[in-house]
Write a protein that binds this ligand. Structure first.
Ligand code: GAP
Length: 509
């Protein structure tokens, strides 16, 4: 019997416990679209909150905007997306199925094909005798397929528009006003969270390749002559990251290089402080989300793999059960987009600085919420010898933070437990109240969705004003006074205290 794929197990919990389900499931679904249930939505929000706190709110000169999802055609004519935002497509002459040519070749030959020309892809298909995987029919020649969803705007259909394939373009086309808001002083960053849309040829692997997804992006504008004068670089200079250089890829690599971001700049491995700053910040953020550092690295993409607007990409890739996957793109967009929009719209995007006129350069960290969320699910998934399936989410990312259980419904315990749950909610905890079933079953249900702590209200709560807290990871329990509950939970969640530090309160089994 083949072992069930980890992804299938995660899909199973996701469907059963309200994380994620296919869009229009009752009508057979729609390829590449997923809906997030109550727990999935809470988790997305936590991912966004963590990003927003460290990448936007903690910064002095980064602000967030909210742009339109649908943009008129001239935006994408200028940005190059109309001409270049496409993937190579081949179609089966017999059954008419469509395939992304480079992915099909990679699957069959196990050699990299992303970024190759149409001619090179055709040759590989021919040389390797690749036929339609569904019916073995002949495949057509490869052609470019534009990934944007187009539509007509207005009742007369006079204007063509497209759903944005990245959030970045809203920022570039608003640059003049945004620079004015920032008093025309570089550097500054503009952030945006929101949905992007790509009509992927073959959406697959659950939420990893979908047609609607959410991005958290920042366009950091800086003076290219001061690319190594990032105002806060000192704070991250000593942070170590995992790096895979182009040279390592050419020679074949097994382990990424471990290097501080400052060291990587000195060695000429990362082009400047603006990009390096984000590689360090992303490393810290993913660790806080429960993704071990041994499981991800930054890969300097080869020239032919980088997007049309990029002078160099350092993509964050993770080691997933089904292979390596990019979950964050870090691009050196230079002045590409601003120059294109300035020319097409006849708008000046120059900023004056000490007598010089500068069109700023851009470093862009672009993160996919959906791919990050899946990675967390996979890296926190646990099965143990009790036969339990559970998620070891850090409190910072757990969709629910504490579950409150009355031991029994009777004797006023349910009411008392509900009051405590209500107080925890008032204090800002994501608390969940559960009264049904045996207590062991309730612990199992809470563990399955990764709730880090369970608070149980029993007869001693009534008599001695104490409650128990159960730690999901060690399964140990402590008994503490009710009046200390909020503080103790807060310390445990923020990592200020470890469960083992409450030894004096431990309930010995
Ligand atoms: N503005 C730059 C940009 O969009 P990208 O590398 O194409 O760069 C950034 O996308 C991130 O968006 C990816 O690392 C990934 O997390 C997410 N993403 C892109 N396409 C996706 C898709 N079809 N499904 C899910 N996430 C996707």
């Amino acid at each position: 019997m083949t072992e069930e794929r980890l992804m299938d197990k995660i899909i199973d919990v996701s469907l059963r416990r309200g994380f994620i389900s296919p869009t229009a499931e009752i009508y057979g679904g729609a390829g590449g679209f997923y809906d997030y249930g109550p727990l999935g939505t809470l988790m997305r929000q936590k991912i966004i909150d963590l990003w927003r706190q460290s990448f936007v709110l903690d910064e002095d000169k980064v602000f967030e905007i909210t742009g339109s999802l649908l943009l008129p055609e001239p935006v994408f004519q200028a940005s190059g997306h109309l001409d270049s935002f496409s993937d190579p497509l081949v179609q089966c002459d017999k059954c008419k199925s469509m395939f992304r040519a480079d992915e099909l070749i990679e699957q069959i030959t196990k050699q990299k094909a992303e970024g190759l020309t149409l001619e090179a892809l055709d040759k590989l298909i021919q040389d390797n005798s690749i036929n339609c995987p569904s019916c073995k029919g002949e495949l057509s020649k490869a052609r470019q397929f534009n990934l944007m969803f187009g539509t007509e705007i207005g009742s007369t259909g006079g204007m063509k528009g497209y759903l944005r394939p990245e959030t970045a373009q809203n920022i570039f086309i608003n640059f003049k006003r945004l620079a004015g808001f920032m008093r025309n002083k570089l550097p500054f960053g503009i952030a945006q969270v929101g949905h992007s849309f790509r009509n992927e040829i073959s959406p697959r692997n659950f939420i990893l390749r979908v047609r609607q997804f959410e991005q958290m992006e920042i366009e950091m504008f800086y003076d290219p002559e001061k690319e190594n004068e990032h105002p806060r670089f000192d704070e991250v200079a000593e942070i170590e990251i995992n790096l895979v250089t182009r040279e390592m890829q050419e020679k074949g690599w097994e382990e990424p290089l471990r290097v501080t971001v400052e060291g990587a700049i000195v060695e000429g491995l990362i082009p400047n402080q603006y990009l390096a700053y984000y590689l360090a910040m992303e490393t810290e953020m993913l660790k806080a989300m429960g993704i071990p550092e041994t499981e991800f690295w930054f890969r300097h993409m080869q020239d032919h793999e980088a997007p049309h607007y990029s002078a160099g990409n350092f993509d964050l890739e993770v080691n997933l059960s089904l292979g390596h996957m990019e979950i964050i793109g870090n691009a050196l967009r230079t002045d590409y987009d601003l120059q294109k929009h300035a020319k097409a719209s006849n708008t000046s995007f120059e900023i004056a600085d000490e007598g010089r006129k500068i069109v700023p350069h851009v470093a862009e960290p672009s993160m996919g919420v959906d791919r990050i969320l899946y990675t967390i699910l996979e890296k926190c998934y646990r099965e143990d010898d009790r036969g339990w399936v559970w998620f070891q989410f850090p409190a910072a990312i757990a969709p629910l933070e504490v579950a409150v259980f009355p031991l029994m419904k009777k004797d006023g315990l349910a009411e008392l437990a509900y009051d405590i749950h209500d107080e925890l909610k008032d204090a800002g905890y994501l608390s969940f109240y559960d009264v049904s079933g045996k207590i062991g079953k309730r612990y199992a249900r809470a563990d399955e969705i990764g709730i880090p702590f369970c608070v149980t209200i029993d007869y001693e709560t009534k008599e001695e004003l104490t409650v128990t807290i159960r730690d999901r990871d060690s399964m140990q329990q402590i008994r503490i006074p009710i009046e200390d509950l909020e503080v103790v939970l807060g310390e445990l969640m923020d990592g200020e205290a470890e469960f083992s530090e409450f030894e004096d309160y431990l309930i010995k089994s």
